[in-house]
Design a protein around this ligand. Structure first.
Ligand SMILES: Nc1nc2c(c(=O)[nH]1)N[C@H]1C(S)=C(S)[C@@H](COP(=O)(O)OP(=O)(O)OC[C@H]3O[C@@H](n4cnc5c(=O)[nH]c(N)nc54)[C@H](O)[C@@H]3O)O[C@H]1N2
Ligand SMILES: Nc1nc2c(c(=O)[nH]1)N[C@H]1C(S)=C(S)[C@@H](COP(=O)(O)OP(=O)(O)OC[C@H]3O[C@@H](n4cnc5c(=O)[nH]c(N)nc54)[C@H](O)[C@@H]3O)O[C@H]1N2
Ligand SMILES: [Mo]
Length: 755
């Protein structure tokens, strides 16, 4: 039992009655009880909308109602009865709003009308669509160089909105598409693309029914992909071992009770999930993989035929892991040799292995190379392109993968640009645009002057507010397409607009009639999404309409693209997507009508490797930035802080202050630590502490103060706390150089009693 107020141990199974109670509470809080309850029944139904909660696929998109507490919260939050009218927002200055919590800002409710920042009164005031669009177009046209604009997108945008957004940017003349993916699964997109020829997962939901073992690295599905728990529970019940690697003991990976199982509900029982639960040190996963590969190769437990036929680089990889001393692997991983060999033995005796992973792998320095170690492991056993086997990155936002697929990328291939140019008859800009961190640096330097955000909460999600907040304010113009007010909107440039849009749950009617959008899930399935609620306000516009209208206002009526025609009927946008990607999206408009939609080609699942070598490349781990390979950099006083999501949040959207499965109630200002690390600093559970960033010698004060420490079962030298409160501790420079992804899961910090 903890001394910290509001903190206890949670020993019940995850799920169960607590989950049901929590949904009822969320609906009531958002004043959506009647409509919200009905709305929930349409989530992930063949004629309904795609749940904005996560990108986990649905069983064939048939009508089994999969209960998901956190999907329900996401839906209730969007379908709220609360309204952030111009009067409600304008009742205080922007400076006053800056002192509000992230929760309070969004809890004002849905935005209802376009807003303009009035610098004289320091408030947001009502404006018209015409004015907002015309002024945005004027400022964009006035930029001396199109690369001075940043077009940011969050991963909730549909394929249609994302496609139009990149078309607007490219026709305007830039590839600056920083994307939430740059903070998320970019190491997957970069690492797996280099290695397998496709930066996506290779498995389907059916593979989970056929696998012999599941390895889970660094993701917390009980909270972030709750519908995945049904799949894991089924696998556990039929005896497939689930091996977990996670520095924190996540309750849902230990034991779950299904709210749809009358016996588990009545008996308060549950199903054990993890067969083995290993707790490596933060960032220790690479050493775990290397140790497993060392064991498998030494023992001859590898698929030689597959390796010979399908891979390149075996000798170099084998030499690399053979040369790694066990003492080093143990020290880096925090596991014993026996534990790693045990994991390797489970792997070796399984005929079909699925390996799942999330942010615990991707948000580190050198994480692109870390992702490749997971794929190496699978490739050594031939577990790719075999039924029941493959790699399964757990994507974040519900359409983050789709947005990338339809061309919203800052690193376009020559083929992509060529195809867009042919389909729309212009010459797109070449070269790479900015990632999220590069966009911040450009705004800081004044080489970018306009920020357009298609959803998201850029500044709060990004690292280093001491750099990021002033960078946004330096812009000549900031424009945000959004459903709810958040802190990024308050960081107004010289001029600023907020453009309110429809959400997934709402009916979308355009000149051409009622529209559906399409999205792609984590397993490359593309399907339609149709809202059924009345829009939160008559002034809202859809994302595709807003992007088209921005394009029209910026590029004029004779730009050669009939923007408003595209927005009038989204099937024309899909025709455009098909024209750019004729193979992947052949027959798009017809195929998406089929229940469940269609699967995009996944060559890696067919053992087709679109790489330079024509094979799957076995790539030894390498530090992108060897100078700072160890985040502790030899200083034993430094601890490594990982940042996680609570059970009551969706990224920067904080629904509430509870984190049920970690036993935290009514607060978020806690940091979990090993009791011995506390004792070594003269601290005990419940003490108040300050955290400061280590190694940032640029003179900035990067700290969070007045947190409470909680003693927990996690490895020595490791800390954990919630995102985004701890983002002030991460300097922009702490990132994977290959993908640009910030090292949110490995922040070097010092911990001391609060001053
Ligand atoms: N309800 C809800 N659903 C969501 C989201 C949400 O905020 N709320 N966010 C969505 C988005 S955008 C994303 S990207 C996904 C995120 O889904 P997850 O990847 O599950 O996200 P995190 O909470 O960041 O959890 C990461 C897990 O990694 C572990 N971890 C931390 N450091 C390490 C490490 O070094 N090694 C290993 N092996 N593990 C480590 C943590 O203990 C934690 O269990 O979820 C999506 N779904
Ligand atoms: N320390 C730390 N930082 C992290 C992470 C971490 O694990 N640790 N995770 C990173 C990850 S994985 C991600 S993906 C990013 C998330 O970064 P973002 O995607 O930028 O952030 P969100 O919090 O998802 O954005 C929330 C806002 O989106 C808007 N919104 C919601 N629905 C809609 C919609 O339908 N349309 C439009 N136009 N707007 C909408 C609302 O205004 C809401 O305030 O954060 C990253 N930051
Ligand atoms: Mo994400």
């Amino acid at each position: 039992m903890s001394r910290a107020k509001g903190v206890s141990d949670y020993r019940k199974p995850a799920g169960g009655w607590g989950a049901l109670r929590s949904v009822a509470g969320a609906l009531a809080d958002q004043e959506t009880l009647a409509q919200g309850g009905k709305t929930l029944l349409s989530a992930n139904q063949p004629d309904g909308f795609d749940c904005p909660g996560c990108a986990w696929p649905d069983p064939k998109h048939t009508s089994s109602f999969e209960f998901c507490e956190n999907g329900a919260k996401a839906v209730a939050w969007e379908a709220t009865g609360k309204r952030a009218t111009p009067e409600a927002i304008g009742a205080q200055t922007v400076s006053q709003l800056m002192t509000w919590s992230d929760h309070a800002l969004e809890d004002l409710g849905r935005l209802t009308e376009p807003l303009r920042f009035d610098r004289a009164s320091d408030t947001y005031v009502r404006t018209s669509w015409d004015e907002a669009l015309a002024r945005t177009g004027e400022i964009l046209r006035g930029l001396p160089d199109p690369d001075m604009a940043e077009f940011y997108a969050s991963g909730r945008a549909s394929n249609e909105a994302a496609f139009l957004f990149q078309l607007l940017g490219r026709k305007f003349g830039t590839n600056n598409f920083p994307d939430c993916s740059n903070m998320c699964h970019e190491p997957t997109s970069v690492g797996l693309a280099e290695q397998l020829g496709l930066g996506k997962g290779s498995v389907t939901l059916e593979d989970f029914e056929l696998c012999d073992a599941i390895f889970s690295f660094g993701h917390n599905p009980g909270t972030n992909h709750p519908r995945m728990m049904a799949t894991l529970r089924d696998a556990a019940r039929r005896g497939a071992p689930i091996v977990v690697c996670n520095p924190l003991k996540e309750r849902a990976l230990e034991k779950i009770a299904s709210p749809q199982d009358p016996v588990e509900m009545a008996t308060l029982g549950g199903t054990d999930i993890a067969h083995r639960y290993y707790q490596p040190r933060i960032g220790g996963d690479v050493a775990v993989c290397e140790g497993m590969m060392k064991t498998l190769i030494a023992g001859g437990h590898i698929d030689r035929a597959f390796i010979d036929q399908h891979t390149a680089g075996f000798e170099a990889l084998a030499a690399h892991v053979a040369a790694r001393p066990w003492a080093e692997l143990e020290a880096e991983s925090g596991l014993t040799r026996a534990q790693i060999e045990e994991a390797a033995a489970i792997f070796a005796r399984s005929k079909a292995v699925i390996l799942c992973y999330g942010m615990g792998i991707t948000q580190h320095r050198s994480s692109s190379s870390a992702v490749q170690q997971l794929a190496n492991l699978l490739l050594l056993g031939g577990h790719m392109g075999r039924p029941g086997a493959g790699i399964c990155p757990l994507r974040g936002h519900s359409n983050v993968q789709g947005a990338r697929t339809v061309g919203l990328t800052e690193k376009p291939s020559a083929a992509l640009l060529d195809s867009i140019g042919k389909a729309f008859d212009f010459t797109p800009p070449t070269g790479h645009g900015h990632t999220v961190v590069e966009a911040i640096e450009a705004m800081q330097a004044g080489t970018a002057r306009v920020f357009i955000g298609l959803g998201g909460n850029f500044a709060v999600a990004a690292p280093d507010p001491v750099a990021t907040f002033p960078a946004l304010r330096r812009n000549a113009l900031t424009v945000h397409i959004a459903t709810k007010l958040n802190r990024t909107h308050l960081l107004a440039g010289e001029e600023s607009y907020i453009l309110p849009c429809l959400g997934r749950t709402e009916i979308d009617i355009q000149a051409g009639g009622r529209q559906a959008v399409t999205v792609e899930d984590s397993m490359s399935m593309v399907h339609a999404s149709r809202g059924m609620n009345a829009p939160a306000s008559e002034h809202l516009r859809s994302e595709p309409w807003i992007v088209a209208a921005l394009a029209q206002a910026t590029l004029g009526p004779n730009s050669g693209i009939d923007w408003m025609g595209l927005a009038a009927d989204y099937s024309r946008i899909r025709d455009g997507i098909e024209a750019v990607f004729p193979d992947a999206f052949a027959g798009y408009n017809q195929r998406v009508l089929e229940p469940g939609g269609f699967r995009l080609p996944v060559p890696s699942s067919e053992r087709i490797w679109n790489t330079a070598s024509g094979k799957a490349d076995l790539l030894p781990f390498r530090h992108d930035d060897p100078g700072q390979a160890d985040n502790r950099r030899g200083d034993p006083d430094v601890l490594i802080l990982t940042t996680v999501r609570s059970h009551d949040q969706y990224n920067t959207t904080v629904y509430g202050l509870n984190d049920r499965y970690r036993g935290v109630k009514g607060r978020r200002d806690v940091v979990f630590a090993h009791p011995d690390d506390l004792a070594a600093r003269g601290l005990a559970d419940g003490d108040r502490v300050d955290l400061t960033a280590a190694f940032d010698d640029d003179g900035e004060d990067r700290a969070v103060r007045g947190f409470t420490v909680v003693a927990r079962d996690l490895p020595r030298g490791c800390l954990a706390a919630y995102y985004p409160e701890t983002n002030p501790l991460l300097a922009l420079s702490e990132r994977d150089l290959k993908s640009g992804t910030p090292a949110y899961k490995a922040m070097p910090v010092r911990l001391a009693r609060a001053r």
